[in-house]
Design a protein around this ligand. Structure first.
Ligand SMILES: [Fe+2]
Ligand SMILES: [Fe+2]
Length: 243
């Protein structure tokens, strides 16, 4: 069902602009400066370099996705704003970002949260890329390349959270807690995202199928990633270098 949903969304410039604009939002969702705080608080020089690179990567990803949106030639202001996945996660964790910036949550906790978010990106981005492939190969190749970076970010996040954990027990407990919160956020966000796309008629489908998607929205359902996530990043995307 996810494959069908993404295919119908990616089939038109408006649908692609909506999806890509959502990705811009996910990449630049740091208005309150969590990354700046991380770079300031990580005193280990090696790990500080990773945090610095991580922040730079996310800024670059947002710029790359903005260029993909622009390529669709769509007036973005005429599109609904996709619900922010980061906002849902932050809400589940009762305002984690603000607490972190206020010095009330640790570097370990911030990087455990980033690990969970990056892992989700690694699982989801290949599906977005695969859907775009048929209609906009240039944007698809950008998403593949970003997915490759997100794999590296998972590694950075693990290294930094491990280094700043008081104990492996604290690390495991936080990971478990944040994974559960993120899972709840993804569930709620998935329903909101579907409702937004369906209500704005962004899926390129006939009347009968539109009604089917509306019914799914009414029932509170959402398209899910298959249990076995079999999409691998193609070798060309792995080998490609950013300019
Ligand atoms: Fe990113
Ligand atoms: Fe990332």
């Amino acid at each position: 069902m996810l494959r069908r949903f993404l295919d119908r969304l990616a089939a038109t410039p408006r649908g692609r602009a909506f999806l890509l604009q959502f990705l811009v939002g996910a990449e630049e969702a740091d208005e309150i400066g969590v990354f700046d705080q991380l770079v300031a608080r990580i005193d280990d020089p090696q790990l500080n370099k990773l945090a610095f690179k991580h922040r730079a990567d996310e800024e670059r990803h947002a710029a790359l996705f903005k260029a993909c949106v622009a390529r669709q030639g769509v007036d973005v202001a005429s599109l609904p704003v996709a619900p922010s996945v980061i906002a849902f996660i932050d809400e589940e964790l009762r305002g984690f970002g603000a607490k972190f910036v206020a010095g009330k949550r640790s570097v370990m906790e911030a990087y455990v949260l980033l690990q969970v978010i990056e892992e989700r990106g690694v699982a989801q981005y290949p599906w977005f890329a695969a859907a775009l492939e048929r209609y906009d190969p240039a944007s698809a190749s950008v998403v593949w390349q970003v997915a490759r970076d997100e794999e590296n970010h998972v590694r950075y996040a693990k290294a930094i959270s491990r280094r700043y954990a008081r104990s492996s027990y604290a690390l495991d407990a936080t990971l478990q807690e944040f994974r559960a919160a993120e899972e709840r956020a993804i569930e709620r966000h998935g329903r909101a995202f579907l409702a937004c796309a369906v209500d704005a008629r962004l899926l390129d489908v006939g009347r009968a199928e539109q009604l089917g998607w509306q019914l799914l929205v009414m029932l509170g359902g959402r398209p899910r990633l298959p249990a076995v996530n079999g999409l691998a990043i193609p070798a060309e995307a792995r080998a490609a270098s950013f300019t």
